[in-house]
Design a protein around this ligand. Structure first.
Ligand SMILES: CNc1nc2cc(C(=O)NN)ccc2[nH]1
Length: 372
């Protein structure tokens, strides 16, 4: 196997059931990737993450290049060894974080220069450097360095930004070291504009990648617009390679995007909001800090089999958050990641069974029931 393998196992409408094969194991798709920003999925051990059913994690190049540096991670055996995760890892290119976290950024044809949000030190990221860093991290899935076009953007701005990203995609591909079980994904840009998205898909397909991400979404455009962009972009994409929708999303986003042919997702929602006391459940969301949970001995979700729901009541979880006890964020993170994996597992089974629309429709209806 050169690069990353992908088998399309079943389809149901535009929804797809597949399997990605890497040097560190396989990933059943549709798949959700927990975000492990600084070589840790916050508040979780890697064993706990594996117990939720996650088969692949996301690492952030921006954070790791600043601290502890890619050289240090390589010296300590690569990201798998460093963080004790022996399954697949996808790393992003750093581009999105540079634009959203760093200070004093200057963009040029060459790359992006920025100051670290940690200590103000200056750094330079080019397609070549980003690919090299991801190689040093021993990432199974490397992402091209691109520019995530801001929202809103005029069509001319989206076109110019996308074309820069396509030139960087070519440079990323030229810098990538091919290894069996390791792959490089291109990233489709083009804003909300059909012609720009089509040009980007064609440019990336012509270069040739192991998988294709859809970038530039979940940047404030709203769910309806995001789905509309998927509706005219996904049909243009090759069917024999994974599609990865970056930064998405809430449960209703995941259901709608799987329905539209997306295979892979990453999002900080289950982990970040878990740490703030927000639990995702089959009937919507619960903010455990709300006083109405103080005396409630029920679990977060009666249909959930996670360690949190098996052993702890809402009243206890409410107490942990009010007392600012670290077990609170741990237990809610664990529940949310488990729930997200249950959601993906349910969708995988429904596509294989040929009843995706019925199952998805039922889940979407329950999500709006509220009063959880
Ligand atoms: C949370 N929303 C969100 N949108 C993203 C878009 C990109 C992208 O276009 N990278 N090239 C990356 C991460 C994202 N996260």
């Amino acid at each position: 196997m050169t690069g990353i393998g992908f088998d399309l196992l079943a389809t149901d409408g535009r929804a797809r059931r597949g399997r990605v094969t890497t040097a560190h194991g396989t990933i059943e798709t549709p798949a959700f990737m927990p975000v492990g920003t600084a070589a840790t999925v916050k508040a979780m051990t890697t064993d706990a993450v594996a117990s939720t059913g996650a088969e692949i994690l996301l690492g952030n190049t921006y954070h790791l290049m600043l601290r502890p540096t890619a050289e240090r991670v390589a010296q300590l055996g690569g990201l798998h060894r460093f963080m004790n995760w022996d399954k697949p890892i996808l790393t992003d290119s750093g581009g999105f974080q540079v634009m959203s976290l760093s200070d004093l950024r200057t963009m040029s044809e060459e790359g992006v220069t920025f100051k670290s949000h940690l200590d103000g030190s200056r750094h330079h990221l080019t397609p070549e450097r980003s690919i090299q860093i991801q190689h040093m991290l021993d990432s199974n899935v490397t992402m091209c360095l691109d520019e995530c076009t801001p929202f809103p953007a005029t069509e001319a701005q989206a076109e110019s930004s996308m074309r820069l990203s396509m030139r960087w995609a070519r440079r990323s591909k030229d810098a990538f070291v091919e290894r069996p079980g390791y792959g490089l994904f291109g990233i489709v840009q083009g804003g909300i504009y059909p012609e720009q998205r089509a040009e980007s898909v064609a440019a990336l397909t012509d270069i040739g990648f192991d998988g294709y991400a859809i970038g530039g979404l979940a940047v404030g455009e709203g769910q309806e617009t995001m789905f509309r962009v998927l509706d005219f972009t996904e049909p243009l994409m090759v069917k024999d390679r994974p599609r990865y929708l970056m930064g998405v999303g809430r449960p209703s986003d995941l259901i709608g995007a799987v329905r539209r042919g997306v295979d892979m997702f990453d999002c900080v929602m289950p982990t970040r909001s878990g740490r703030t006391g927000q639990a995702f459940v089959r009937r919507g969301t619960i903010n455990i800090r709300n006083a109405r949970h103080a005396h409630d001995e029920r679990p977060l979700d009666a249909d959930c089999g996670c360690p949190t729901c098996r052993s702890y009541g809402r009243g206890y979880l409410h107490h942990l958050f009010k007392a600012d006890e670290m077990l609170g964020p741990m237990l809610l993170t664990w529940h949310n990641l488990h729930y997200y994996q249950d959601l993906m597992r349910t969708m995988r089974q429904a596509i294989a069974d040929g009843n995706f629309e019925e199952v998805a429709g039922t889940m979407e209806a329950r999500l709006t029931e509220g009063d959880v």
